[in-house]
Design a protein around this ligand. Structure first.
Ligand SMILES: C[S@@+](CC[C@H](N)C(=O)[O-])C[C@H]1O[C@@H](n2cnc3c(N)ncnc32)[C@H](O)[C@@H]1O
Length: 219
């Protein structure tokens, strides 16, 4: 999946992954991370998710990275906010009201730019990337987030042979393979959401599992 693919998705308004509400799984499971207020939360591949707002409302500093300038433009304008925009390295940084979003490629982000997030919230990032890119994604995320930072991961699994991604299927075995032994991984929720997702049933899926994982550093 190259940058152009995703930018085009935003240009064409093909953003079926975007929710018009806060993802209900976030408030439901966030407290299990035991994160103090004022924590810096990193949201990779953030789109224009309203989850950014919810995290900010909890008293956290929120930072995210997103390829599409259109996504960031829509995020801020839909709140009626005018962000300050400045350039740093390969990124434009859009910032206001405790939310700082890096416009550019996640794989170009450095910890010098990002700072030291104390927690990572990852919803629908891994499923945006094909299998060959996911180990690079996991490795790069590991270089950006300090070893002590726990994570909440919301992802999807289905029979990959039944449909081409994105969204791609991410199995529990893959989550284990990518993140252990650095993290203790606990699957805290799983539900088949195919009945509410007609478009995936029409594409031939027979199961679409949404899962939530809690990743706690072992070190
Ligand atoms: C499936 S969407 C999920 C968005 C968001 N996390 C949400 O829950 O609504 C994946 C997003 O990642 C962005 N994206 C894809 N590859 C990226 C990359 N390499 N760097 C930054 N953003 C990327 C896409 O533009 C898209 O907005």
């Amino acid at each position: 999946m190259d940058a152009e693919f995703w930018k085009q998705r935003w240009e064409n308004n093909e953003t079926g992954f975007h929710l018009d509400e806060v993802n209900p799984l976030l408030p439901r499971f966030w407290s299990q991370l035991h994160i103090p207020e004022n924590s810096q939360v990193f949201v990779p591949l953030c789109g224009k998710s309203l989850d950014l707002l919810w995290l900010r409302e909890q008293g956290h500093e929120v930072c995210g990275v997103e390829l599409s300038p259109l996504a960031l433009q829509q995020f801020f304008s839909e709140q009626g906010w005018v962000p300050e925009i400045h350039r740093s390295g390969a990124f434009e940084i859009w910032e206001t009201k405790g939310i700082r979003l890096f416009c550019g490629d996640f794989f170009d982000l450095t910890s010098e730019l990002l700072g030291q997030p104390s927690v990572v919230y990852d919803r629908a990032s891994m499923i945006a990337l094909p299998p060959v890119m996911r180990s690079d994604y996991a490795r790069h995320l590991q270089s950006l987030a300090p070893a002590f930072a726990p994570r909440l991961l919301v992802t999807l699994d289905y029979e990959q042979a039944q449909m081409e991604g994105p969204p791609f299927a991410v199995s529990e075995a893959e989550v284990q393979a990518l993140y252990s032994p650095v993290f203790q991984i606990e699957k805290i929720f799983a539900e088949d959401i195919l009945a509410e997702n007609e478009r995936f049933r029409l594409k031939g899926l027979t199961r679409l599992e949404e899962s939530v994982y809690l990743l706690n550093p072992t070190g």
